[in-house]
Design a protein around this ligand. Structure first.
Ligand code: HEC
Length: 493
């Protein structure tokens, strides 16, 4: 997952602790007489297994999403009974946006059975009785306050200097640096688990190339045994920080966000580096009021591979996401359907059992945007929305991590060939947000090609021109490859 060029790298593939703790099978409770549903005997076990990882004192901080109340005792839970019944009946809680068709497929699944939902609703409707404390399950020993969900870390990194987020900050993007010294790691280490911890309530997202990042609702990354990211020794880490808050007196705060890491003991334990296919598109404009604006991108597996998981990423107008596989034999399968995407829950869908796909499998990502007034999260239905980092602009990404036996990664932005994607360069550079890159907006390395790219000579490079340049680059690369092969053949002769 460290190979991608995409800066919005919320490519944290997470084994949720929630998932690890979730034990289903409270079906027995469903058989209970409705009159007799009690907190201690019937409801507490469900809360323990499905809710308390977040709803407890010092509960999980998933990228800034912290549950507002604890649900560990009767006294804490009783005042919320009605609200709990509503939240579980509408399946708003526990948070999990994938279609029920995938139940049982992903290891970090957070869902209740219909029996569990009915039980909680009946309990709330019957006056939320306590019952007999002797019936209660033994309380779960959660890690002590300040504990990391990934367990005791081997290394905790934070930026070299704390940063003051001023009172008048509304949206702010900055870069911070951490020097990874030889004292910390004398040689490259293989990373087993990664957990980010925002250092201030103003932190909206964090991206650290190489280690992924965190956005609201992200779980920590705990790789399955044998899979790893790599932390390079003696190399500076750059943090891209996005702060977002209501400006105002007294709203400023210090930030020194942290990332905790667990390493594999030995390189021998590592079988696979995890690679990431970023299906993404930079070249789009969602019209004002559009309620079903659809973007499709695709990516083809070059070798037999195993998919580890998915992370669809959109912003406030994101409505739905779907990954579909088209197999070489002509058959077709929906891999992941997220019919009600919620920006607040950037969930990674991680397979219980990795999905094997043959070489040539084409994965199509469909993202749908709602820029109408009917989308309550929509900050401005009158705007034309293009690619951009602020949440008021949009993104259309489908991260997909995979491993293969050749242990060889292959990262591509779909459509436009491998390597540098000039539509991405245009989207990134377009500070004036008119959908084009002006000469003064162009990054240094690209300026020299500006004239070549600006085919209609209007002083700006638009998306069509960027695509034409991509096609040209791709052709050049293919030519090079052919030449090289020809060269190799010559040598062989
Ligand atoms: C992954 C973490 C997580 C899990 C698991 C979880 N919650 Fe929540 N819950 C939250 C967060 C964060 C909020 C506040 C933000 C929101 O509403 O989305 C919340 C909000 C709520 C609210 C609304 C509180 C209010 O202010 O009105 C209720 C009720 C609730 N949760 C009940 C539950 C129940 C019951 C379960 C288990 C069946 C559960 N939650 C599982 C994180 C979680």
């Amino acid at each position: 997952m460290t190979r991608a060029q995409c800066p919005s790298a919320f490519r944290t593939l997470a084994l949720s602790v929630v998932g690890a703790l979730a034990v289903s099978g409270l079906a027995a409770a469903a058989a209970v007489d409705p009159e007799a549903v009690t907190f201690y005997r019937d409801v507490a076990p469900v809360l323990q297994q499905e809710c308390q990882v977040c709803h407890r004192p010092n509960g999980a901080n998933l990228g800034g999403m912290v549950a507002p109340m604890a649900l560990t005792t009767y006294e804490e839970t009783r005042p919320w009974a009605r609200s709990i019944a509503r939240q579980v009946a509408t399946r708003a809680m526990p948070p999990w946006d994938a279609s029920p068709a995938h139940n049982g497929v992903f290891s970090n699944e957070r869902t209740l059975t219909q029996e569990e939902i009915d039980l909680i609703v009946r309990w709330a409707e019957s006056g939320a009785p306590a019952g007999d404390p002797a019936d209660a399950p033994a309380p779960i020993e959660w890690p002590s306050s300040g504990g990391w969900l990934i367990g005791e870390p081997d290394l905790v990194l934070q930026f070299d200097e704390p940063f003051w987020v001023e009172d008048d900050v509304d949206d702010l993007y900055i870069y911070r640096k951490t020097t990874v010294t030889e004292d910390m790691i004398p040689e490259d280490r293989f990373v087993k688990a990664i957990e980010f911890r925002p250092g201030s309530p103003a932190v909206h997202h964090i991206i650290v190339p190489g280690l992924g990042g965190i956005a609201p609702g992200n779980d920590p990354v705990i790789h399955t045994d044998g899979m790893a990211d790599v932390l390079k020794a003696g190399r500076d880490l750059t943090w891209q920080m996005h702060y977002h808050k209501e400006p105002g007196e007294g709203t400023g705060s210090w930030d020194q966000s942290q990332v905790a890491l667990k390493f594999y003991d030995s390189e021998d334990d590592v079988k696979y580096e995890v690679f990431n296919a970023d299906m993404g598109k930079y070249d789009f404009a969602v019209p004002p009021g559009a309620s079903d604006y659809t973007i499709q991108t695709e990516w083809t597996f070059p070798t037999d591979s195993e998919i580890v998981g998915y992370l669809p990423h959109m912003h406030l107008r994101g409505k739905a996401a779907k990954y579909e596989a088209h197999y070489p034999d002509g058959s077709h399968e929906v891999l992941l359907d997220v019919p009600n995407y919620d920006f607040n829950w950037q969930t990674t869908y991680k397979y219980e059992e990795r999905k094997k796909v043959p070489a040539g499998t084409r994965v199509v990502l469909t993202t749908v945007f709602d820029n109408s007034e009917d989308n309550p999260a929509n900050p401005d239905p009158t705007a034309t929305v293009r690619w951009g980092e602020p949440t008021t602009d949009e993104m259309s990404f489908g991260f997909m991590s995979y491993i293969n036996d050749e242990n060889k990664g292959h990262v591509a932005f779909s459509g436009d060939g491998d390597g540098l994607d000039l539509t991405a360069v245009v989207a990134f550079s377009d500070e004036s947000r008119d959908g084009k890159m002006q000469l003064e907006e162009a990054p240094g390395g690209v300026k020299q090609y500006f004239e070549m790219m600006d085919q209609n000579k209007d002083g700006a490079v638009d998306m069509e021109e960027a695509k034409a340049a991509n096609a040209f680059l791709k052709q050049m690369a293919e030519q090079r490859e052919t030449d090289e092969r020809a060269g190799r053949r010559k040598k062989a002769l």
